[in-house]
Design a binder for this molecule. Structure first.
Ligand SMILES: [Zn+2]
Ligand SMILES: [Zn+2]
Length: 127
């Protein structure tokens, strides 16, 4: 009787040992929980990054809004020059280019009259 028990016990022990070595359901669920926690933390981090990114983009677009106004005017004035608009009134087509006027050099006939009423000796070219 004792001998029989002694013979069967090692097999059982071996079987138990094998089970101990492989992860049990408890271990697995704990591992999964651990992973989920890590994922949660990562998710939160990502969300925070997104928030920061969003904020940065908002700041950027705010800066851009203020910049765009300047760029718009710069582009507009250069475009105006390109399409031969009077650089004084920015409305009429320029017909006169004055070599001696300090700034608005390309003038429409109306502005030319106004400006060169005072300076009739300016050297002007027709465009
Ligand atoms: Zn003009
Ligand atoms: Zn002039």
């Amino acid at each position: 009787m004792d001998g029989d028990n002694f013979e069967t016990n090692p097999d059982e022990a071996e079987g138990l040992q094998n089970i101990d070595q492989s992860p049990t359901d408890d271990d697995l669920s704990m591992l999964i929980e651990e992973c989920e926690k890590l994922l949660e933390v990562e998710k939160i981090n990502k969300q925070q990054n997104k928030c920061n990114w969003k904020k940065r983009m908002e700041n950027l677009s705010t800066n851009w809004e203020s910049c765009r106004q300047n760029i718009f005017h710069t582009v507009l004035s250069s475009a105006a020059a390109n399409i031969d608009t009077c650089s004084r009134c920015l409305v009429n087509k320029c017909v006169i280019y004055c070599q001696e006027c300090p700034d608005p050099k390309s003038l429409c006939s109306a502005c030319d009259e106004e400006v060169h009423h005072k300076y009739p000796l300016h050297d002007r070219d027709g465009i």
